[in-house]
Design a binder for this molecule. Structure first.
Ligand code: SAH
Length: 228
């Protein structure tokens, strides 16, 4: 990478660190872990953003990735990742592969990553990008993420990167006891509340609200949720 790239990356990290500080009163996290900062430095976000938008890859904002979808804002990627409390042994499930960028960040910090994307073209492109960049411990499949990935369960952590109307029960089932779920759930008026939940011994999820966020919708709900 050029000096110019280095300068842009450090400017992005600076913005992300500032956003952590400014939202700490609701997130409970005052700064990103050093390992997470290293992951943000290492994963080339420009490789995950197609076309002209790649020029803006090092800006702290969401960008279009085609099919009407977006790659999330780096701060939000970082915060959600931090809330998962990953270790190098963690097995992680992501719903909403999109560009594959979040999956790459997870792969830098965890042992194995499983990611589901409902738009087949996006799943294919993300899978190819991850392979080209050498991320061998990321498994991408096309499908409805609301059902989770039962054959690979249980997971230590599950992250949903689209706005859900409710917490899909299959995802809580596929979490191990003590495992964490980070998910944006539709708020009353606009956007979503980002929740972080920990699965309890009795199978329930103990959750708290971390932040207000705006994601594209998680599609393919049950009959009766016909507006999606
Ligand atoms: N994590 C992505 C950004 C996600 S944008 C990244 O790093 O680039 C949200 C993604 O969720 C979109 O690609 C959208 O197609 C996908 N999605 C929406 N509903 C879904 C569902 N039910 N199952 C799996 N993926 C879904």
């Amino acid at each position: 990478m050029s000096d110019e790239d280095d300068r842009r990356i450090e400017a992005l990290i600076h913005d992300v660190v500032r956003d952590f500080r400014e939202t700490a009163h609701t997130t409970g996290v005052s700064a990103p872990d050093q390992r997470l900062v290293e992951a943000l430095r290492r994963v080339p976000r420009n490789e995950f953003v197609p076309g002209a938008a790649a020029r803006s890859a090092w800006e702290n904002r969401a960008l279009p990735i085609g099919q009407g979808q977006t790659i999330s804002q780096p701060f939000v990627v970082a915060l959600m990742t931090q809330l998962l409390a990953l270790t190098p042994e963690s097995r992680v499930l992501e719903i909403g592969t999109g560009s594959g960028y979040q999956a790459a960040i997870l792969a830098e910090l965890a042992g194995e990553v499983f990611s589901i994307e409902v738009v087949p073209e996006l799943a294919e492109t993300a899978s190819a990008t991850l392979e080209r960049l050498g991320y061998r411990d990321v498994h991408v499949r096309a499908g409805n993420g609301r059902d989770g990935w039962p054959e690979a369960a249980p997971f230590d952590a599950i992250i949903v990167t689209a706005g859900a109307d409710e917490i899909p029960p299959a995802l809580v089932e596929q979490l191990r006891t003590g495992g964490r779920l980070v998910i944006p759930v539709d708020a009353q008026w606009t956007g979503q509340d980002l929740f972080v939940g920990v699965k309890q011994e009795d199978g329930s999820l103990k959750k708290r609200r971390a932040l207000s966020v705006i994601f594209v919708p998680l599609i393919g709900g049950d009959a009766g949720h016909g507006h999606r």
